[in-house]
Write a protein that binds this ligand. Structure first.
Ligand code: F6R
Length: 624
């Protein structure tokens, strides 16, 4: 998501931090900042809403003397709009402690309440700021007041307060703090968000990814979840969160900086495909249990009463996000909640038919898609309430919606959407589960099994990602095909559409997604001998009918690649199979889409297309 840099050592601290931030720019961000401790042990903090170039100019205009330690951050908003106040680093009340953080502190509201009660003053809307105040509070309980602690005791006290602070925070984090009273040690910790230490000579580094410091050292130590580091000029010590000292292996990175930006993947799209298990975890974290309870009211203001009051749900979006809407429609209808889904640019007159009894769910990765925004405005003009599902905090859509459910997927750089789609699906399943439970359409045992199914998804996604090589081989066999058909039924029909869209976008070949049952009403005429047809056919109520549709296509010469599981493989007769782990049919779209993304990627790779920046496409479509 966001980017972290940290440095201790020579006297070029600000240059090194800013250079590190520039190398993290590719990750996408909306604001940035650095904090260093100067020669007089004062904190120097500079932040901007906008680019690292602007931060660089600000620092150059007021250079700092003698700083040998500092931290920096590029922020991609998750809590609070993009602004200078919300940019990291964040300080405690006394501006002595300063923190940078990637991830989400799940219990920040609860902690903030306690800290406000204890008299702390907050300056931002972020979850991160609680870390600085909590640490200040821990130092207080260790009786650290001016001159009360011998200078040789400051390091152990800082370390112990940090450790106690870590015990109180929940969620995902990579974080680093420095303390003006203890300028010889930087502390860093990791839980579910990457953090790496770079080992230099007389200087050491930390970062959220190696590209930030690869120019200075290739010798690195990767922290695992639940581990922390005390980083000094002359060495780094590693500990568990319980304070037990551990030894860690140092590895030498062979990547150049471009490879490092992509985490060793050839393209951002491939990297993002591989980030999908994490995307689901981030979207669900802390929001699922208990289904139908108070969670959505507390986070986004959507109460169980409100969920009961709507007569139906209307989804609107464009492109890939529209395919997520189609899954949403089937899911809500499965629970008996009337739902429809429309392409935003085709919504026009339907908006006039809405009332305050309809919940409009507008889905947009960027939150800036003009067609979606226009449809939202029309819907609101009819009195409908709008719930936005978006990946972009502070986007126009978030400002115009009544409720906002962020997907927390991190920036998506590849133009073809993959992990953002997965986050949208996770958010829809989350919303549908809460809706159904609030309306008593999902009773206790079923609610538990629904949640369990959802929580299993990241592990199943990882299992599929491990099959990339086999899927690539299948794709390479079709690199010269000029037409592709994708078919499926019910909740996986939108996935057939998404598979076709992915291949069109990045390979520039003709592809169609069709409801399998509709093929014989016309489109079957286009099938020719050897035409690739991808049939999405997991086990479930559509299986027998899918098997028939596959036979019809084969009889006309189609070369069928079947996306199956171990049970449906026995029913579908295809020439090639991609076999997925078994899952409840209702949840399969989160799985079946992955082989189609990988398939599209490898067809495009074999065709040597510009995968991350396909021709004629833009990441954000702000015109109608
Ligand atoms: C496809 C893709 C587009 C977007 C569409 C909507 O890979 O990226 O189809 O899904 O332009 O964009 P957002 O979600 O930003 O509203």
């Amino acid at each position: 998501m966001c980017g972290i840099t940290g440095y201790i050592g020579g006297n070029k601290t600000t240059d090194i931090l800013i250079d590190g931030l520039k190398r993290l720019e590719y990750r996408g961000y909306d604001s940035c900042g650095i904090a260093v401790i100067d020669a007089r042990n004062s904190l120097y903090l500079r932040r901007v809403s906008g680019r690292v170039g602007a931060l660089d100019k600000l620092v150059a205009a007021e250079p700092v003397k003698g700083a040998r330690i500092g931290i920096g951050h590029t922020r991609w908003a998750t809590h609070g709009v993009p602004s200078e106040d919300n940019a990291h680093p964040h300080t405690d009340c006394a501006s002595q402690l300063v923190v940078v953080h990637n991830g989400i502190i799940e219990n920040y509201l609860e902690l903030k309440e306690q800290l406000l009660f204890a008299g702390h003053k907050f300056k931002s809307e972020t979850d991160t700021e609680v870390i600085a105040h909590l640490l200040e509070e821990k130092l207080k309980t260790l009786h650290v007041q001016e001159k009360a602690v011998r200078s040789d005791m400051l390091e152990p006290v800082f370390f112990e307060a940090f450790r106690r602070m870590l015990a109180d925070i929940k969620g995902s984090f990579a974080l680093s703090v420095i303390w003006a009273r203890c300028p010889h040690m930087l502390l860093a910790a990791r839980m579910y968000s990457p953090l790496v230490v770079g080992l230099g000579k007389g200087e050491n580094f930390i970062a959220s990814d190696v590209s930030a410091f690869l120019k200075h050292t290739k010798r690195v130590v990767f922290l695992n979840d639940g581990e922390m580091a005390a980083v000094k000029e002359d060495g780094v010590d590693f500990y568990t969160f319980q304070g037990k000292k551990i030894s860690k292996d140092c590895v030498t990175i062979q990547w150049d900086s471009t490879m490092a930006e992509k985490g060793g993947y050839k393209h951002f799209m491939l990297k993002e495909i591989h980030e999908q298990a994490e995307a689901v975890e981030n979207t669900l974290r802390g929001r699922l249990l208990p289904l139908g309870g108070d969670i959505l009211r507390r986070e986004i203001g959507l109460s169980a009463d409100a969920m009961r009051s709507f007569s139906g749900v209307q989804f609107i979006a464009c492109g890939t996000a529209y395919h997520a809407c189609l899954v949403g429609r089937v899911l809500f209808e499965n629970f008996g909640v009337p739902a429809s889904a429309d392409i935003a640019s085709e919504f026009t007159d339907r908006a006039g038919l809405l009332s305050d009894k309809t919940l409009v769910v507008a889905i947009s990765q960027s939150g800036e898609t003009a067609d979606t925004l226009f449809a939202v405005r029309e819907a609101r003009a009819s009195g409908a309430k709008v719930l936005a599902i978006t990946n972009t905090v502070g986007s126009t859509l978030t400002r115009e919606a009544d409720y906002v459910l962020h997907t927390h997927c991190g920036p998506e750089i590849g133009v073809a959407s993959t992990k953002a789609f997965m986050g949208q699906l996770a958010a829809i399943y989350l919303l549908a589960g809460h809706f159904a439970a609030a309306r008593r359409l999902l009773l206790e045992t079923d609610a538990r099994s629904y949640a369990e199914n959802l929580l299993k998804m990241p592990r199943l996604i990882e299992e599929i990602l491990e099959q990339e090589k086999e899927i690539a081989k299948v794709a390479q066999g079709f690199a010269s095909s000029e037409h592709f058909l994708f078919i499926s039924r019910h909740i996986n029909y939108p996935i057939a559409l998404e598979g076709a869209l992915k291949i069109k976008e990045i390979s520039y070949v003709h592809a169609e997604g069709y409801p399998a049952g509709e093929m014989k009403h016309g489109p079957i005429a286009i099938i020719y001998a050897g035409m690739p047809l991808l049939a999405v056919a997991p086990s479930g109520r559509a299986l027998e009918l899918m098997a028939g549709n596959v036979e019809e296509a084969k009889a006309r010469g189609a070369e069928v690649v079947a996306i199956v599981d171990s049970a449906s493989k026995k029913v579908i007769k295809a020439s090639r199979y991609i076999t997925l782990p078994l899952a409840d049919e209702l949840f399969t779209p989160m799985l079946t889409v992955i082989p189609l993304q990988i398939f599209a990627y490898h067809v495009a790779l074999a065709k040597k297309c510009d995968i991350d920046k396909p021709r004629n496409l833009a990441k954000s479509v702000t015109v109608r």
